[in-house]
Design a protein around this ligand. Structure first.
Ligand code: ZN
Length: 167
């Protein structure tokens, strides 16, 4: 935990759009989130209108080791129920979290996914927001893995050893 209040990272208005075309390779959108890096002062531009609230959509998330990629899952994914049985809480059980992290395939850049990894500045790699252990809002980087898109629950595809659905 650091001493910053989350509101310091809420989107600023008006947005600074000058670097979007350089950063974003997806279709242009007029809804961009800009996070001002507290370390290098540069603007990190995200292709999302605001920081997503994982609790509102029953999601979980974590970042990879370099903090430039996000893994998102649904709380209803059977893999989550397998690794975090009823009555055991993700936020309170570091042994279960570690077990889950070690079961995951490496992130696209080869680093590991870890609950304790913060999202990091694309320019200087300083932390620019918080982990799921600190607060519930998350950022989606390019190349992120969103396992609950299109009403799917595909977290099992991110496991080193795929699991069979439980009855
Ligand atoms: Zn920075």
């Amino acid at each position: 935990m650091n001493g910053h209040h989350p509101c310091q990272l809420l989107p600023r208005s008006p947005f600074h759009l000058s670097q979007i075309s350089k950063l974003m390779q997806t279709e242009p959108s007029d809804k961009k989130l800009v996070i001002h890096c507290p370390r290098c002062r540069k603007d990190n531009v995200f292709d999302q209108p605001y920081m997503y609230h994982a609790g509102f959509s029953d999601q979980g998330f974590m970042y990879n080791d370099n903090g430039h990629c996000t893994l998102v899952w649904s709380s209803y994914d059977p893999v989550i129920r397998q690794f975090f049985p009823p009555g055991r809480y993700m936020s309170e059980d570091s042994a279960l979290r570690e077990h889950f992290e070690q079961a995951l395939r490496p992130s696209p850049d080869g680093g590991r996914w870890r609950f304790a990894n913060p999202p990091r500045c694309l320019y200087c790699s300083g932390p620019i927001a918080w982990t799921i252990l600190q607060q519930i809002y998350y950022l989606v980087y390019p190349e992120s893995i969103i396992t609950d898109q299109n009403n799917r629950l595909d977290l099992a595809l991110q496991l080193i050893t795929p699991t069979k659905p439980t009855a």
